[in-house]
Design a protein around this ligand. Structure first.
Ligand code: ADP
Length: 963
């Protein structure tokens, strides 16, 4: 409702309410007074009429009907009753009232019109006719409202009613009411007019203000009310304009700030948005727009996720309920993860927004996840490794305990030496005792201390530390093996090290025992096995395989249950099965009875022949049977069956009881052990012994054969050794010889050359100038010098062979042969020799040696030709058993088979130099070359027919040479 309307209503209320109330009160008062006076008048008329009729009736009216007209006159002449007033007379008849006079509005009513008592019309006549009197407003016979007064005429039993229509009676009141209404209407119009004017003057500036507020509220801060009014409203308008101006300035400032904020937000590497409560994005920075595009007026869930309703997982809008900042994680439509911060945000217009900031943490999260995974894996691996390490550590401790190897670690920097538990145990030092090198050294056996210290000092200089020495542990001595790996810094200074200590006492003991027994056995065997030695010094233990025999006898015992033993001549049991409690717990325990046992085992068996056995009771009164073990011709021990009783024999318990008493045995246990002694039948004993005799025989034969064999082996070994040594000596001699030949021939070459040259000069200058003998002598000198030179050259060649390892190549033998033919061309031409050859292989060799080889053989083939026979030579080659087999065949004089080896020896010749010149070195050079390649050379020949020289070059050897 506008202010104007309110003002109008207020004014009208103020003006009209008193007027209205005044009029109503006045009107009511007037109305009541009028009513009252009308009723009074009617009452008077009624009383008057009553009196009149009563008077007339008392004088005249007795059943005279004509006289009713007089009464009618009386009642009709009532000018006071106005136009509508009339008097009614009625009489009760039964339950009806009969009208007795004609009525104004019903002329025929007299005695005709009736009204039933109780009906709603004609109320006054009903009252009067029933004897009651009164006055007031009522309803007449027409049903019209009337002011009436009713009276009862007891003398006649009639009732009379005087009435006038209410309308007529109140016609003045109506006039007055109309007048009042007219006045009130006039006042109302006037009041409205005044109110409108007043309201307009007050409301107009206020409306202007309100409109201004509305315009400003819509955002137009340039609007001004601009009134010149005085008074409060004018003041208010000016204040309003000022406030608007301030607001505009503040708003402009805020807008600038906001723009600045937005431009900052634009550049942020995170997204920032403003969300309205109805899910619109009112602001989005560049980061957000770049990632998710423009909203085009759509709601966030519509354009981000293409949904019709907000996302279920969205937490953002909780901020509006809680009005508190919120941090949560969001996966955007780009499938990236954002760390979201939501803040309630009041916009300039006071509306509540949500400012949301999203930091892309995808990479960070992935990194964290990866890190987490890595951490998990790492933790798992650490856990696994820890378990493994713990297990390893436990295993190490166990391993050290099992292997009896301890370890130690030295840290020079921190000056600590730590030992493992096992090391402490080995040294017998309480675990965790602080250690120093000196403490360790103090444990070392005094005789080894110097050695250990020296070794340690050497190790610190970088030498290997692997020593065995003794240590003292309490009263006992132990052997330990110590090994260490020392660590040095870059300057070579010791920084630490790790080492092990192994308790080798057991091994040492065994080694010592072994050494001792080995030495003993070797000494004996040496003496026995020497060709001239005899087996006299051997003992049974030295020649039988006790272990195998023990196993054999155990098997036999399982079957036969016969106690047996092999005992040497000193009474030492080397093999034994079925040992009886009576022996092990009693007889062999007590010194005296034990002596009896040994005596039985040794003395009582003397003189039994091989293949026989002796049955006797031992000195402890039990049966033994023995057969000798004879090796060679010598008894070395006995095979026993014992201790037993025969099954049909009665054991003399009293005897054994007395024995128990004598030697202090527990009698009961002794007799119980006695009961366990086997009972054999004579047959079993005999069979057992026959078996033992055979065993003894086998042992004897085997051992003897073994010794003989061993002797032979020893002899063969001795021969082999001496052969090898001779070979070595020979090789050394050869080498020395070769060396000598090389040196000698080399050194001799020069003086020989001079000698040759000068003797030739001598021959040239003095031939035929001296006497004849001188010419012959000079001739000898010249030819000897030449021969000597050739000899020296050949010797030098020979001694040089074997030094060609370096110059090994793939060489085509065909081209080698070609070269040889060229060098031998004059000889070939002279002798008209025909030389043919197979296709020769490519060989891996030293070319010079192959040239020498072919040259020597072909030269010989031509040189040793038959007289008058054209030399025909063929060089062949074929593969045979992984070897190249070369052959040089000639049709020369041939060689007697008996010289087939001799000719390959150095300086060996079969002919005089005058017939066939030569030095006798050619074939030995060939032999040396071929053997140098791992091959062989030989010759096949028939005198007078020709010879074939064969040599082989192994292919494998050549392959190795290539490698
Ligand atoms: P040289 O040829 O200097 O005598 P060799 O060592 O070459 O020395 O030969 C040794 C000897 O073997 C010869 O003196 C000769 O008696 C005999 N001989 C070598 N080759 C043949 C051959 N092809 N036919 C017959 N005899 C030969």
């Amino acid at each position: 409702m506008s202010i104007k309307l309110k003002l109008v209503i207020i004014f009208l209320a103020i003006t009209l309410i008193p007027a209205l109330f005044g009029s109503i009160i006045t009107f009511n008062n007037y109305k009541h007074s009028l009513e009252h006076s009308s009723i009074s008048t009617i009452k008077i008329i009624a009383d008057f009429t009553k009196d009149k009729i009563t008077e007339y009736s008392s004088q005249h009216l007795e059943n005279d009907i004509a006289d009713m007209s007089h009464i009618y006159n009386i009642i009709q002449n009532m000018p006071e009753l106005g136009d509508t007033g009339e008097v009614l007379i009625g009489k009760k008849s039964g339950n009806e009232i009969i009208f007795l006079n004609p009525l104004k509005y019903d002329a025929k009513a007299a005695f005709n019109r009736k009204v039933t008592i109780g009906s709603n019309t004609s109320r006054p006549i009903q009252e009067a006719a029933q004897g009651r009197e009164g006055a007031g407003l009522s309803i007449d016979y027409r049903g019209e409202p009337v002011i009436a007064a009713w009276r009862y005429l007891p003398s006649l039993g009639w009732g009379i009613v005087v009435k006038i229509d209410r309308k007529e009676a109140f016609s003045d009141v109506e006039k007055l009411r109309r007048f009042i209404i007219t006045v009130l209407a006039a006042i109302l119009c006037l009041a409205i007019l005044v109110a409108l004017l007043v309201a307009r003057s007050i409301a107009s500036p206020l409306q202007k203000l309100a409109k201004g507020a509305e315009i400003i509220g819509s955002g137009n801060l340039d609007y001004r009310v601009g009134t010149n009014l005085r008074g409060e409203i004018g003041q208010l308008s000016r204040l309003f304009d000022k406030m608007t101006c301030n607001l505009k300035q503040a708003s402009t400032l805020r807008e600038v700030e906001r723009q600045r904020l937005y431009s900052v937000l634009e550049t942020l590497p995170v997204y920032v948005i403003l969300l309205t409560p109805d899910y619109h994005v009112s602001f989005a920075n560049k980061f957000f727009r770049d990632r998710f595009g423009e909203d085009h007026g759509k709601r966030c869930y519509e354009y981000l996720f293409n949904r019709n309703e907000p996302c279920d997982i969205c937490e953002t809008y909780k901020v509006l309920k809680t009005n508190k900042p919120l941090n949560w994680e969001w996966t955007g439509p780009d499938r990236r993860t954002y760390d979201i911060y939501d803040f309630p945000f009041i916009e300039n217009d006071g509306s509540v927004h949500i400012m949301e900031m999203g930091i892309d943490i995808t990479e960070r999260k992935q990194a964290v996840e990866a890190l987490k995974k890595v951490n998990e894996t790492l933790e798992q691996r650490v856990a696994e490794r820890t378990i493994q390490l713990r297990e390893s550590a436990e295993d190490l401790i166990r391993a050290q305990a099992v292997a009896n190897i301890g370890s130690w670690r030295l840290d020079v920097k921190n000056n600590t030496l730590s030992w493992s538990d096992q090391t402490y145990r080995i040294f017998g030092i309480p675990a965790a005792t602080p250690l120093t090198y000196e403490i360790f050294l103090a444990s070392v056996h005094e005789d080894d201390r110097e050695y250990v210290n020296r070794s340690w000092q050497a190790a610190m200089r970088g030498e290997r530390y692997d020593i065995e020495h003794r240590i003292r542990v309490g009263d006992s001595v132990k052997w330990v093996r110590e090994q260490a790996q020392l660590e040095f810094d870059k300057d070579g200074v010791l920084s630490g090290g790790f080492g092990t200590v192994q308790d080798i006492t057991g091994r040492k003991k065994i080694e010592d025992a072994l050494k001792e027994s080995e030495a003993r056995v070797r000494l004996k065997l040496d003496s026995v096995l020497s060709p001239e030695g005899d087996i006299g010094s051997l003992e049974l233990a030295d020649v039988i395989d006790s272990r195998s025999l023990q196993l054999l006898m155990e098997d036999f015992y399982q079957l036969a249950k016969i106690p047996m033993a092999i005992i040497d001549l000193k009474g030492k049991a080397l093999v034994g099965v079925g040992w009886q409690k009576i022996c092990t717990k009693f007889h062999r325990v007590d010194p005296e009875t034990c002596r009896y046992c040994v005596e039985s085992d040794t003395k009582l068996t003397i003189g039994v022949k091989p293949g026989e056995f002796r049955l006797y009771k031992c000195k402890n009164n039990m049966w033994d049977v023995a057969t000798p073990v004879i090796i060679g011709d010598k008894q070395l021990g006995n095979l026993f069956m014992g201790q037993f009783f025969f099954e049909d024999e009665k054991v003399d318990y009293e005897l054994f009881r007395s024995q128990a008493r004598r030697y202090g045995f527990d009698e009961k246990a002794y007799l119980a052990a006695l009961d366990e002694v086997p009972r054999l039948s004579k047959e079993t004993m005999k069979k057992g012994m026959e078996f033992l005799v055979k065993v003894s025989h086998i042992i004897s034969n085997l051992s003897y054969s073994n010794i003989k064999l061993a002797k032979l082996f020893a002899e063969r070994d001795a021969l082999t050794i001496s052969l090898k040594e001779s070979e070595k000596r020979l090789r050394r001699t050869n080498e020395n010889l070769e060396q000598f030949a090389y040196v000698a021939s080399h050194d001799l070459q020069e003086p020989l050359r001079i000698m040759g040259n000068y003797s030739q000069l001598l021959e040239k200058r003095y031939k035929n100038k001296l006497d004849q003998d001188a010419d012959v002598f000079i001739g000898y000198i010249v030819s000897s010098a030449k021969h000597m030179q050739k000899l020296i050259t050949d010797l030098l060649t020979y001694s040089r062979i074997g030094k060609f390892d370096q110059d090994i190549n793939k060489v085509d033998c065909n081209s080698i042969l070609g070269k040889v033919m060229i060098s031998l061309a004059p000889l070939i031409e002279d002798t008209k020799a025909i030389i043919t050859h197979d296709h020769l292989p490519v060989s891996i060799c030293n070319e010079t040696t192959f040239v020498q080889l072919f040259q020597n053989l072909i030269t010989n083939a031509i040189k040793f030709r038959r007289e008058g026979e054209q030399p025909r030579i063929h060089i062949g080659a074929k593969m045979h058993n992984d070897e190249w087999l070369f052959s040089v065949r000639d049709n020369g004089i041939g060689i007697d088979d008996k010289y087939k080896d001799k000719i390959f020896m150095i300086f060996q010749r079969l002919h005089g130099r005058d017939k066939y010149p030569g030095t006798g070195i050619g074939l030995s050079i060939c032999k040396k070359i071929v053997e140098g390649y791992g091959g062989r050379i030989w010759m096949e020949s028939k005198v007078g027919e020709g010879s074939v020289f064969y040599f082989t070059i192994p292919v494998t050897m050549q392959k190795e040479a290539v490698r």
